[in-house]
Design a protein around this ligand. Structure first.
Ligand code: AMP
Length: 277
């Protein structure tokens, strides 16, 4: 079957089949991480829809919306190779009516950790994801653990708004040296990229410890070694479902999450830590 490119909602309606559909929402500039999500989707449904939409609603006024990488032709090739059935790539005008009023509010969980650093980000993200769910009507949707709080917030939305969609979390794909793949990595100069490696190294060091204070101290020590070229935004150890910081008595799984600016590029990464072993 040839890849169908739907540039608006009318085309999408025509392209959607009657059988099970798996959706992979993306902002394009597709890399190996996105490809792993597409393969997860492929294994789960007869029809795979990849959305490519750089959602203006989830960027703050001083963030990188205008310079976010847009590589549409290359993205289509990736989708073709991966056996995607439909690419849904609407325009902002097609997604958002000028007189629109109603949107999704992420709640308190949307205002902590990444949400504290990016006010309004999770409201905008959930709003577009709910719209994509309503337009594509998938049975399954696949998201990366790379954006762990996003994944947790989507699970929360599905539970709170009674959406009948199975949410799959897929593991983070990394470069051989540990750097988590990200569309924003292409902004990094060679020296910046070396600095950025401290993020995954810090997470790996933290994951070897078994109590919250030791996890955080081990990770912090690696980040400190990177020096002033790494501008740390946060390093937190949180509950995977709520993103509330865990206390010293916590046992079981926790997410060690980090965000930092390297040059002009803001990077995030996380790893699941097993506490109390
Ligand atoms: P984005 O295009 O960056 O908005 O990401 C689209 C989807 O790909 C999200 O569900 C991300 O969590 C996921 N993703 C991004 N980077 C990676 C990665 N390195 N490994 C796995 N999934 C990823």
């Amino acid at each position: 079957m040839d890849l169908i490119v739907a540039r608006n909602r009318t085309d999408l309606l025509k392209a959607r089949g009657d059988g099970p559909v798996a959706l992979v929402p993306t902002m394009g500039a597709l890399h190996e991480g996105h490809r792993s999500l597409i393969r997860e989707a492929r294994a789960r449904a007869a029809q795979v829809v990849v959305s490519i939409f750089v959602n203006p609603l989830q960027f703050g006024p001083h963030e990188d919306f205008s310079r976010y990488p847009r590589t549409f032709d290359a993205d289509l090739e990736v989708c073709e190779v991966e056996g995607v059935d439909v690419v849904f790539a609407p325009s902002a005008e097609d997604m958002y009516a000028p007189d629109r009023q109603v949107s999704v509010r992420a709640g308190e969980m949307g205002r902590i950790v990444e949400g504290a650093a990016r006010p309004g980000h999770f409201d905008g993200m959930l709003t577009v994801v709910l719209k994509l769910f309503n337009l594509v009507r998938p049975d399954v949707a696949v998201f990366g653990q790379k954006d762990a709080q996003q994944l947790a917030m989507i699970r929360r939305m599905v539970a709170d708004l009674d959406l009948d969609i199975e949410i799959i979390g897929a593991p983070t794909v990394r470069e051989p040296d540990g750097l988590a793949l990200s569309s924003r990595n292409r902004y990094l100069s060679a020296p910046d990229r070396q600095v950025a490696l401290a993020l995954s190294r810090a997470l790996a060091a933290g994951a070897e410890r078994a109590t919250p204070s030791k996890v955080l101290a081990a990770a912090r020590a690696v980040l400190d070694e990177a020096g002033p070229a790494l501008d740390l935004d946060y390093l937190v150890l949180v509950d995977p479902a709520t993103f509330a910081e865990v206390d010293e008595s916590h046992s079981g799984a926790a997410v060690l999450a980090v965000a930092a600016r390297v040059g002009a590029t803001r990077l995030i990464d996380n790893v699941v830590v097993s506490l109390g072993r």
